[in-house]
Write a protein that binds this ligand. Structure first.
Ligand SMILES: N[C@@H](CCC(=O)N[C@@H](CS)C(=O)NCC(=O)O)C(=O)O
Length: 208
């Protein structure tokens, strides 16, 4: 495949692992720039020039930098429409797709982190996510019986949510439900995801 011009800034394992899985699903080549969080390579000037937040993941594409997991997901899935991981503009699934992608960053992550830190989310009306249970119920309601978040269509949103459920239930941050378990297992059974997890494990071992 021709050079894609993609550079992926990754630390293994971390939130950027989900992007690695997405790249594996897309099956496109990229240049990997591995950072050690333990050695605080993400806090050095060279990386802060890429992402002033010092956070991974980040992506560079033909000179433009994209940070924030969800932005990277939306960008990559749209960049390779032929892979079919993003409903196109005009497709009735496009709205729900963008909705549940953004819901991840705008509601789920803040709710998760507040809960993990045992922080009071404050008044429901003032909180960007209302309350934790509403967030979990909303995403589980969307998942329904699946098999995927948008029904029969597998999209990049499933890589994001399936891998998020896997690590958050794994750490005991989110209580696993049978529907969630089945969804995680469905994602983990995909060949690209198996390959991606294997690759990420090797990267982590190489850094240890
Ligand atoms: N809002 C960011 C959060 C990314 C994030 O928190 N990444 C963690 C890894 S799990 C990180 O880079 N931590 C290193 C640090 O902050 O020093 C996103 O969604 O991409």
């Amino acid at each position: 495949m021709a050079d894609t011009g993609l550079t992926f800034y990754h630390a293994s394992p971390s939130r950027s692992s989900a992007v690695l899985l997405l790249l594996e699903e897309l099956g496109v080549p990229y240049e990997l720039h591995l950072l050690s969080l333990k050695n605080e390579e993400n806090r050095q000037p060279a990386y802060l020039a890429v992402n002033p937040m010092g956070k991974v993941p980040a992506l560079r594409h033909n000179g433009a930098v994209i940070t924030e997991t969800v932005a990277i997901f939306l960008y990559l899935a749209d960049l390779f429409p032929e892979k079919g991981l993003a409903p196109a503009i005009g497709d009735p699934l496009r709205g729900p797709y963008v909705r549940w992608m953004v819901f991840y960053a705008a509601c789920f992550e803040p709710a998760l982190v507040d809960r993990a830190a045992q922080r009071d989310p404050g008044k429901r009306a003032m909180s960007p996510y209302g309350d934790y249970d509403s967030v979990i119920n909303a995403i589980l309601g969307q998942l329904g019986s699946g098999p995927w978040l948008l029904g029969d269509r597998f999209t990049a949103a499933d890589v994001l949510w399936g891998s998020a459920f896997a690590w958050t239930t794994g750490f005991g941050l989110v209580r696993e439900t049978p529907e969630m378990r089945a969804y995680i297992d469905r994602l983990n059974a995909r060949l690209a995801i198996i390959r991606g997890r294997e690759k990420d494990k090797e990267l982590a071992a190489g850094q240890a």
